[in-house]
Each structure stands twice: as C-alpha cells, then as structure tokens.
Design a protein around this ligand. Structure first.
Ligand SMILES: [Zn+2]
Length: 435
C-alpha cells in the first residue's frame, strides 16, 4: 500500500478515539501514540498531515454507566471527556488537529443517514433506522468475513424490527430509559456508533481521505460499517489506507470486561511518558504488545541509555559516516511504520557514536528522537529556574507522603509557570510547555 495523497502533500488521518464512559486505560493510549507519532513522521517527510481523533460521546455504554450512578449521561460524558483530554495531554505529544465530538455533529450525522435512506441503502422501522447490508455488494471487503460470520453485536435490541439480521442500526428511537436524545426527520432518538465516525471523518477530512486508523478490535463491525456507509452514500471509498494497531496484552487482551485494566494516568504516574512512548515504539503497531513489568523495565533502561548517550554528545552536526543509520531509521518508518526496526537503527547510531571517542554532534539523534516525541531526552535540567525545581521537589515529597491533592496542586502551579512535570524512573523531569 502506497500513500497517494489526493491533494499535493496533504494527508488526512482519522483514528477512532475513545467512547467516554470511564477513564481511558493504557491500551487506549496505543492508537493515540501511534497515530500522533505517524503524523510527526509524515511531517518530517514533507507531508502536511491533519490528524483527527474523535470523541464518541453518544453511545449505549454511556447511558449504561450513568444510569446506575444516578447521573445524567451528558454530565458523565463531559466529565470523562475532560479526563481523556487531561490524561492524554500528559503524553506530551500535543493534541490532534481536530477532536470532533458526536454530540456536536448530530446535524452531519442526520444528513448522512438521510442520504442512505434516499438511496435505499437504509430504512426506517418504528423510529429506528437500519442499514440494509445486502444492498451493498462490497460489504465485507474490509474484514474479509463470510456473511454468516457477521454478527453485528446488537443482540436482541431491534432484532424484530430488522428486515434482515445482518442489518445494523444507524439511528435508535428514543427510549424511556435514555435521558439524552436528538431530533431527526424520522423521529427523536440518537445515532448509532458507526455512523458517527463516518460523518465526523467526512466533516473534518472529506472523503476518500488518506489513512484510517484504530485498534484491530474495530475492524468488524465498526470499520466495516463505517466503510459501507460512506461507500453507499457517496459512491466512493471512505479511506485509501487502513492501519490497525494490535491490542495491548496483560495476560490476555486488556479490556474492562476482563478486569485487567490499567489506567493511563496510573501508568504515567508509575513510569512516566518517556518510558511509555518508548515501550509502544518497541512493538510493531500491527502486532499485539505484551504489557509486562519486564518490558516496561527494559524500556526504562533504554530511555536511560539515550539520556546517557546524549550527555556524551556535542551540539551540532553529526558525522556523515553515521548518516546511513539515520537513513535506515527513516526508511524503516516509511515501510509500514516499522518502529522496532527504526529503534534498532538508532541503537546502531549510538553504538558507533560511542565508539568514535571524541564527542560526536547530536543532530541525527535529535532528528530521530523528535519524530518519536522524545527529543526532550537530549535536554538537560540546567536551564530550569530554581523556583521551578523547588516546586518539583515539593511535589515529589508530597507524592511520597501520598498527599496527592497537594502534589496535583503543585503540578498545576508548575504548569502555570510554563513547566510540565514528567515522571521518569530517575525522578521527575521538567519540560518546558509548548507555545
Ligand atoms: Zn470509529
């Protein structure tokens, strides 16, 4: 699969984001990191990437989580959206260019459903709207499934209203147990999950856009249905290239239903963002990745080696003799975004730089680290003002005393002075906040 942008060097990337019914776990951070870094790499290669990561704030899971808690579903979704933004902010990779929320795109979603009804790919049944799967011969092309293995996962909900069990919901009529609904020409209710993404992707990137990403647990039915909706409504593909990341495994796939979940915030408290990003880069994005203390420890040691190497390097241009390793690094990323091979090339560069005896210029290493969001590993603490260092030390003490309220207050104070605290294995590190 070759990247062939529609328009010059512009590359649209849409990565399916979280459904905001709880705090995100470290597994949810994998696509956030992979596609943020992919956008950095494409920018390095002279492309102009636009990264979109949606926020699904209309979903069954949100109603289901809010109800027993006795809370309005919209309030829960807003709280978890704020947590998601704060937790991912701590990764220090910046924000996606657009983060559309389903609640703010209902008009676009309703218009797309209307188009599908108009073209007879969808039908209204007692206030619900269903996509007629057998109306689209291409259905199944993305996930390569037999039509008999296509369980839409909608259970008994709406089963009696479907013309065909294969059909899936685009719109669900308002239920008495649901406290949030929207208007549509076919009645009050709310959109299904799949149509939200088709509409949000199209509204932000147009179609067919260049790269669609997300976890490989979304291939069926979510992505198959996204692709079907756009193809049926527009007569062309939703996306040119699909990139699916493997799951994070912690004794089996990490999922809330299995109960082996580790919160992103908790993991960041423990190992810091440098280690976590390095850990993600050690696996090829398509492959499952085992989340174990050994692997995190290994990532921590490797990050430390980069810091050490950085201290021995001089500022400025690197010797031409080392350029081949830098080139191998970028070639590996250009070949289906192979980060493990890229890290191996970086290790070679460092080995040779160490062997060179005299201090070698750091430019190549800085260039490689920057596309991984880890250029801070070459920065020393020397330029941090002493009052910021003092605040950071007080925060460390507060954390040691398990006074997390005070620790958070100090983190906010540091932030207001322009410093982000990142917790690494060798203690917290202060990184200047971007503009
Ligand atoms: Zn999606």
């Amino acid at each position: 699969m070759e990247l062939r942008p529609r328009d010059g060097r512009k590359v649209g990337i849409y990565a399916c984001g979280p459904t905001v019914y709880g705090r995100i776990h470290v597994g949810n951070a994998r696509p956030f990191v992979v596609f943020s870094l992919l956008a950095r790499f494409l920018a390095h290669e002279g492309y102009q990437p636009t990264l979109v990561a949606n926020i699904t704030d209309i979903n069954d899971k949100i109603y289901d989580a809010a109800r027993p808690a006795g809370r309005p579903s919209g309030e829960l979704a807003a709280e978890m959206t704020a947590h998601y933004l704060a937790d991912t902010e701590r990764l220090g990779l910046g924000r996606p260019d657009h983060e559309p929320q389903a609640t703010l795109m209902v008009d676009e979603i309703v218009a797309l459903i209307g188009e599908l009804i108009e073209r007879d790919h969808a039908y209204v049944a007692a206030g619900d709207v269903y996509f007629r799967v057998r109306s689209l011969p291409e259905y199944g092309a993305l996930s390569h499934r037999d039509i008999d293995q296509m369980d839409q996962g909608e259970g008994v909900d709406g089963a009696s209203r479907k013309d065909d069990p294969l059909d899936f919901a685009l719109w669900k009529a308002r239920k008495p147990t649901e406290d949030a609904w929207w208007d549509a020409p076919w009645g009050e209710g709310r959109p299904g999950w799949h149509i939200e993404c088709s509409a949000m992707a199209e509204a932000t990137l147009g179609s067919p856009f260049e790269i669609h990403g997300g976890g490989n647990d979304l291939v069926f039915p979510h992505h198959e249905n996204e692709a079907a909706q756009t193809l049926a409504a527009r007569g062309h593909q939703l996306a040119q290239i699909w990139m699916h990341n493997g799951m994070l495994e912690l004794g089996g796939k990490m999922s809330k239903s299995v109960g082996n979940v580790r919160g992103l915030a908790e993991v960041l408290d423990e190992v810091g963002r440098d280690t976590l990003i390095w850990f993600f880069c050690e696996g090829h994005y398509r492959q499952p990745l085992a989340f174990t203390p050994e692997k995190l420890g290994d990532a921590t040691r490797r990050v430390e080696r980069i810091r050490d190497a950085g201290r021995r390097l001089a500022a400025g241009a690197s010797p031409e003799a080392l350029a081949s390793h830098r080139d191998t690094f970028f070639d590996a990323l250009a070949d289906d975004y192979n980060t493990p091979r890229a890290l191996a090339a970086m290790a070679e560069w460092i080995r040779e730089a160490n062997r060179a005896g005299a201090a070698v210029g750091s430019e190549h290493l800085r260039e490689m680290l920057a596309v991984l969001g880890l250029e801070n590993l070459l920065e020393s603490d020397a330029d941090v003002p002493s009052e910021a260092l003092a605040l950071a030390e007080r925060r460390t003490a507060a954390r040691a005393a398990r006074d997390f309220l005070e620790a958070d207050r100090l983190r906010d104070e540091l932030r207001s002075r322009g410093w982000e605290v990142r917790d690494g294995p060798d203690g917290p590190e202060l990184v200047p906040l971007g503009p």
